[in-house]
Design a protein. Structure first.
Length: 157
């Protein structure tokens, strides 16, 4: 069983936001712009790859709900199927389906005062490889780690 809480301690945060990005503080504004640029550069790399058919496997923790694996098959840029372990995890508990939805999950954290987050992106293809967010309000903390990404339509079953 892959414990996201343990893995979270070992990954390096490329993006860190939260207490640094406060209001109109110049330093916070600079950090916010750097984080936004890193996210957009990763998204641009992903879009340039133009991958529409892929398999995406990740582990996730949302509050106390742990998903050991979520295996997502994407065809033509849309989720074709999702299988989770354990199998009884409701689909609404899953934080992402496609790589684009992973970017869409991360983007609102930039400059958000009630959260601290970190994210890493694949150097070549740009897709998110790790994300974690801690919230100071009533939202449940979130952690996702990409386990596998297969970008070949021949390999996607």
């Amino acid at each position: 069983m892959l414990d996201v809480r343990v893995l979270k301690k070992f990954h390096v945060l490329v993006l860190v936001i939260g207490g640094l990005a406060v209001g109109a503080c110049d330093f916070g504004f600079d950090v916010e712009n750097q984080v936004r640029d890193q996210l957009e550069e990763a998204r641009q790399r992903w879009q340039e790859e133009a991958i529409q058919d892929y398999q995406f496997v990740y582990t996730q923790q949302r509050g106390d709900v742990i998903v050991d694996t979520a295996e997502v098959f994407v065809r033509a840029g849309t989720v074709d199927s999702i299988a989770t372990s354990p199998a009884d995890v409701p689909e609404e508990e899953l934080l992402v389906g496609t790589v684009e939805s992973f970017f869409d999950l991360i983007e609102p954290r930039i400059g958000e005062e009630d959260s601290q987050f970190g994210a890493n992106f694949d150097e070549d293809q740009g897709f998110p490889t790790e994300y974690n967010a801690g919230f100071q309000d009533d939202r449940r903390d979130q952690d996702i780690i990409t386990i596998e990404f297969v970008d070949s339509v021949e390999d996607v079953q």
